[in-house]
Design a protein. Structure first.
Length: 210
């Protein structure tokens, strides 16, 4: 299937009354396709915030379209959103420990490549059995600077272990001793009811750049 047809099929999954963050609709996607502006069409489709209607199929189509256009970071983001559609969304406000206080001295990569461990009870003294791995995506930035603060999304390797979390809960990020950062949960969305799609692993993120 060529890129244009993939995008057309994805646009067909958008409800008539859905609007992107920029106020655009499926009709605007079709207009981009008529102009052969595939990247603009993809940008509109990725910009829809419709967790109640978006499906794994939707994100798989967008991931494939991005791959065919060699937009690796966007493909990774679509793969990430497909995983969230299956397993739910966890967003948090993360504050990294300053380097002079023992925190990391290099930026946290923003594209989901880092897999730190987390103490979910908010205690920095938990043992190895109390730590849970989750991949980290920095929102609205290519990276999070050492000692910085920002909004992040988390993909747990074992989603069931995180289901008890709610906005306001505190979790602790570990990479080594001492702790690497503290985060406050700001949003938890539980997954849609299981559909016909197979369960998928946590997304692997390619190292390529757009």
């Amino acid at each position: 299937m060529d890129t244009c047809e993939i995008l057309r099929r994805a646009a067909g999954l958008v409800p008539d009354d859905a609007r992107s963050d920029a106020g655009l609709a499926a009709v605007d996607v079709h207009e981009c396709l008529r102009d052969d502006d595939w990247e603009a069409a993809l940008d509109v489709l990725v910009d829809f915030d419709g967790v109640q209607w978006q499906t794994v199929e939707y994100w798989e189509l967008l991931e494939e379209a991005a791959r065919q256009m060699y937009l690796e970071r966007k493909a990774a983001w679509c793969r990430w959103r497909g995983w969230e559609t299956r397993h739910g969304i966890i967003r948090a406000d993360l504050r990294l420990v300053a380097p002079e206080a023992g925190g990391r001295r290099t930026p946290v990569p923003g594209e989901g490549r880092l897999l730190p461990m987390w103490a979910l009870g908010g205690s920095a003294s938990g043992g190895p059995a109390d730590l849970h791995v989750a991949r980290l995506w920095v929102e609205s930035a290519p990276a999070l600077d050492p000692g910085g603060r920002g909004s992040v999304r988390l993909v747990p390797l074992v989603p069931a272990s995180w289901r008890h979390l709610a906005p306001g809960d505190s979790i602790i990020m570990h990479e080594r001793s001492p702790i690497a950062g503290t985060a406050t949960i700001v949003e938890v969305r539980h997954p849609r009811p299981a559909g016909p799609h197979r369960p998928g692993p946590a997304p692997e993120v390619a190292s390529g750049r757009e």
